[in-house]
Write a protein that binds this ligand. Structure first.
Ligand code: PBG
Length: 329
């Protein structure tokens, strides 16, 4: 007997929960998560960040409690961003090299208190410069090679403090090569480099700049070093460059507006590839959640799943703790 009905019924496997569970292609797990945390220079201090509802700046003693919680819920790695006191910011950002700066104190304290969680340290000068740029500025230009010399020192100080992953977010050309060489020379051949290779000059970073206190100070934009949002091939060349210089893994940033780049980078290079769901993406979701327009848990999980489906191995997200709690039921 022939039927005029469809011979292939795609709905068949969707018809029950157990079957949907069985055929599911991608999953978000706690192992996928990298949790970015903001640090302040206070004591027993937790400060709200108005443009990122639910995200806080923690003093070093308080951040330890958060990292312990993260570890107990199975989160793989935390990433640290300091809100450097204004009087420690300067034109040359030399506070970045202070082994006792806020960042390095936080790394050491976390390493001591929670030894088995990964610590990623951001390498760039923007939390330390009075102009908010990621590199040295001369006559309005961001200097490439002179900046790299400082970034290598910054990475070394962070590695000595106990950072497991060095994450250069500055977008200078050649910095992965220089940092790798500097780390190896000092005996840090096992310190990973996770490079923000495909980082766009995005308007989605606004709330982050509030969080680290550089939004008021930033002069100009970052378009001479971060990628043009219009460009995909150039993004692949950035990834290729960093991989050839020794990057262990690659970050695509922002996340949801650049899912195409996650897929292309993963398919082209087959490297460990991470999505960074940036501050503005988080804030957009939370603004809608606070208005009662979106369901927080559902949208959070769907957004992270989209990164896995696109090909990401893991995700930097401000939702990490909420996700871990959700997954731990
Ligand atoms: C700076 C840096 C930025 C972010 C991570 N590292 C901002 C920028 O480039 O201005 C953004 C992260 C976010 O928006 O969540 N080197």
């Amino acid at each position: 007997m022939t039927s005029s009905y469809p011979s292939s019924r795609l709905r068949r496997v969707r018809s029950s929960e157990w079957s949907r569970n069985l055929v599911r292609e991608n999953r978000v797990t706690v192992n996928d998560l990298i949790w970015p945390l903001f640090i302040n220079d206070g004591h027993s201090d937790i400060e709200a960040i108005p443009s990122m509802p639910g995200v806080f700046r923690y003093s070093v003693d308080k951040v330890i409690e958060q990292v312990k919680l993260a570890k107990s819920l199975g989160i793989s790695c935390v990433a640290l961003f300091p809100n450097t006191p204004a009087d420690r910011r300067s034109d040359d950002g030399k506070e970045a090299l202070n082994s006792d700066n806020l960042m390095n104190r936080a790394i050491k304290a976390i390493k001591d208190a929670v030894p088995d969680i990964g610590i990623a340290a951001d390498v760039a000068l923007d939390p330390y410069t009075s102009h908010g740029q990621d590199g040295l500025v001369k006559d309005g230009l961001i200097l490439n090679d002179e900046t790299i010399e400082i970034l290598v020192q910054q990475a070394l100080v962070q590695a000595k403090s106990g950072a497991d992953i060095i994450a250069p977010s500055d977008m200078m050309d050649g910095r992965v090569d220089a940092i790798r060489y500097g780390l190896d020379l000092d005996g840090f051949e096992n310190t990973q480099i996770m490079s923000y290779a495909v980082k766009y000059a995005s308007a989605f970073y606004g709330p982050f700049r509030d969080a680290v206190g550089s939004s008021g100070t930033l002069k100009g934009d970052k378009k001479t070093y971060q990628l043009d949002p219009a460009n995909a091939q150039e993004g692949l060349r950035e990834a290729e460059q960093d991989i050839s210089e020794g990057a262990d893994s690659i970050i695509i940033k922002p996340g949801m507006p650049y899912l195409d780049m996650i897929t292309r980078v993963k398919e082209t290079f087959q490297m460990p590839t991470y999505a960074y769901q940036v501050s503005g993406e988080y804030s957009m979701v939370m603004a809608a959640v606070e208005n009662g327009w979106l369901d927080k848990d559902a949208v959070m999980m769907e957004s992270l799943l989209s990164f896995k489906r696109a090909g990401a191995d893991g995700i930097w997200t401000y939702f990490a703790l909420d996700v871990a709690k959700h997954l731990n039921g």
